[in-house]
Design a protein around this ligand. Sequence first.
Ligand code: SF4
Length: 193
Amino acid sequence: MPKKVETIVLHDSSTPVIGDMEKGGNVVVTSLEYLLAQARANSLWPLTFGLACCAIEMMSTVASRFDLARFGSEAFRATPRQADVMIIAGRLSKKMAPVLRQIYDQMPEPKWVISMGACASSGGVYNNYAIVQGADQVVPVDVYVPGCPPSPDALIYGILKLQEKVKRHKATTFGELRLAEAFNPRGLEEVDV
Ligand code: SF4
C-alpha cells in the first residue's frame, strides 16, 4: 500500500470536472488507511492515570509552558471509553496492578501505552515486594520514557515517537475494518490489511 500523497492540480480546460469540484482546484490522492492513521496519530487522547510524582510532570505537559495541545493530545480523559493512550505515570504497586489491567481492558481498540519514568518502566529505586518491576508485566507497553522524573519535554518526545508508531498501524480488528468500510463505498474487499 503506497504511503505517498499525490497532489494533482487541474489547470487545463479540457480536464474533466471531478464531482462538484470546480476546474482549477486541487485533488489529493492517497489511501484511506493513510488518512485514518494520520487522524489517529494527531489526536491521541490520553487516559488520566497518575500514580506518583511523575504525574506532576505529566500534568505540566498540558499547561501553557509546554502546551501539549500543539500535538493534539491535550484532551486527558477520566474514562477509558474515551481514551486511546494510557500514560502510566509513576510506580505501579502490586495492589494497583489488577486495576490498571482492568482499565486497560476497558479501552477501545486500537490502544497504546506509554510507560513514564523509571518506576513505571522498571520499578526504579523501589526494588521491593510491593512494587511491580515494570508495567510491561501487566500491560503491553509501546513507548518507554526514561528519567526520574522525566521532564514534560521528554514525555512530549515520547508522544511524538508514539505518533510515528501509530502512523504505521494497520487495521487488524473487525471494528477497524467496519470503520474503513463505512468510508469506502466500494466495500470491505478494497481494504488492504
Ligand atoms: S520515576 Fe522518580 S519521579 Fe517518577 S514516580 Fe518514580 S520516583 Fe517518582
